[in-house]
Design a binder for this molecule. Structure first.
Ligand code: PFF
Length: 445
């Protein structure tokens, strides 16, 4: 094999687990999971989510990673190898990260901006009303931060699987988990009396988070919670978007896949649960449950107010929080770019360095355009789910709400009925290690 086509690999099982967990752990764990848990009956949502992770999520992650390792290819060619007639599914799967990449560095840029705000002691301003809106709608600063984030991501991917992605993930992920644990424990110690004399404590907030609430539960509401948990699962595990296929293709034949996948799921779920423990009690103590708003406003509007209410400690906690969020977003962003790079290297028979450079230029331009969707290119589009969105939301909606459910449905048909689930479980057992939860994937024989 020449240098251009030589297959990259993760050097160790630990490196693979950290890189895959790095992709899975992102803003989805940090703001989406806590927000959904607060909205959907606390412990009830958590319980449903856990059941789904252990069954459905496990099957999806197993499929993606096994497809990658068995074919040693990224989405486009992996699906073609499974069945020639299903090549189009590979192309659609490849297009998901292509779309996500247009806006992921934009969010990374926002987080980096907030990190600099806390590190430079300007956190008071961030707690003021309108700060976030005025930042994202300015025409220069958010573009600079997005380009910076994109550049850093590209630099790591440029350095390759082992020397770039694996090395950075092995360094970042352990630090990330330590920071989440520290802030979560700190959150539980909080207590505050508001101006009408009501005292709320972190432990009460924890109860609100963990206690299953069956209030107002109807079959319809239960279904809604189930759907929320399901969409969170796809997003959080980075499945059905070809990313885990690419990472799977870098795993050596002797690696115990079953054990690695358990560890990736465990890592991702722990960070989601700990994020809830960190955010819900803190917001509850200082803003009551009303502070638990959806989307970016939880992270960029509610939390800065909570950090401000903590006084001096809030500056440190805020800086630690945004450092961790920047780490989490960086490792996810790397995985998105890597899967595009891997597919393009195969498509164009080109070297990693050349492909990365070209894609960096393209995505720097795309990130700038999406960022300017809040200023120069501002538009309002009503999405099919009734929300009004800007450019970023449109990209997010097409990739996450339209393409991903479509891909997972068709992947299930392909694996279940065309190639057969044995194809997957054979790969899981190919290293000689037992595939303990085989029945979840291969239930009929
Ligand atoms: N899994 C990431 C999270 O939970 O935040 C989100 C994500 C990463 C989505 C990478 C898409 C992606 F390509």
């Amino acid at each position: 094999m020449d240098n251009k086509t030589k297959k990259s690999t993760f050097s160790s099982q630990f490196g693979f687990v950290m890189a895959a967990a790095g992709s899975a752990v992102g803003v989805g764990n940090l703001w989406r999971f806590p927000y959904l848990a607060a909205k959907d009956g606390g412990g009830l949502f958590i319980l449903i989510y856990l059941v789904l992770v252990l069954t459905f999520g496990f099957a999806l992650l197993v499929s993606d990673i096994a497809i990658g390792r068995k074919t040693k290819k990224s989405a486009i060619y992996a699906y073609a190898e499974m069945n020639k007639k299903w090549s189009a599914l590979g192309v659609v799967t490849f297009l998901v990260p292509v779309l996500i990449m247009t806006y992921y560095a934009v969010i990374g840029g926002w987080i980096t901006k907030y990190l600099t705000v806390y590190l430079t002691g300007a956190s008071e301003a961030a707690a003021e009303d309108g700060y976030f809106t005025s930042f994202i709608s300015s025409p220069v600063s958010p573009v600079v931060f997005a380009l910076l984030f994109m550049g850093l991501t590209a630099l790591i991917v440029y350095n390759g699987v082992e020397k770039g992605i694996e090395r950075v993930s092995k360094f970042i992920m352990p630090i990330l988990i330590v920071i989440v644990i520290i802030i979560a424990v700190f959150s539980l110690t909080l207590t505050n009396t508001d101006n009408i004399g009501i005292t709320r404590t972190g432990l009460q907030g924890l109860m609100f988070y963990l206690k299953p609430s069956l209030e107002g539960i109807t079959p319809r509401r239960f279904l809604q919670i189930l759907l929320d948990a399901m969409s969170q699962l796809f997003f959080s595990l980075s499945v059905s978007m070809g990313i885990m296929i690419t990472y799977g293709s870098y795993v050596k034949p002797q690696v115990n896949l079953s054990k690695s996948i358990n560890q990736i799921e465990f890592f991702d779920t722990c960070v989601a649960l700990l994020s809830g423990m960190m955010i819900i009690p803190a917001v509850y103590v200082f803003s009551g449950t009303e502070g638990m708003s959806a989307g970016p406003s939880l992270m960029f509007v509610s939390l800065p107010k909570v950090f401000h209410a903590m006084g001096k400690a809030g500056i440190f906690i805020g800086a630690a929080f945004f450092l961790m969020a920047a780490f989490a977003t960086l490792t996810s962003c790397i995985s998105v770019l890597e899967s595009i790079v891997a597919n393009c290297m195969a498509l164009f028979h080109a070297s990693r360095k050349r492909v990365t450079l070209v894609l960096t230029i393209i995505y720097m331009a795309a990130s700038a355009v999406i960022t300017l969707g809040y200023s120069i290119f501002y538009l309002e589009v009503t999405l099919p789910n009734g929300t009004v969105g800007q450019l970023l939301d449109i990209m997010d909606y097409i990739s996450n709400s339209v393409m991903m459910p479509f891909i997972s449905l068709f992947s299930c048909i392909l694996i279940g009925w065309v190639v057969g689930s044995k194809w997957i479980s054979d790969e899981m057992e190919s290293s000689g290690h037992p595939f303990k939860r085989k029945k979840i994937v291969q239930y009929h024989d």
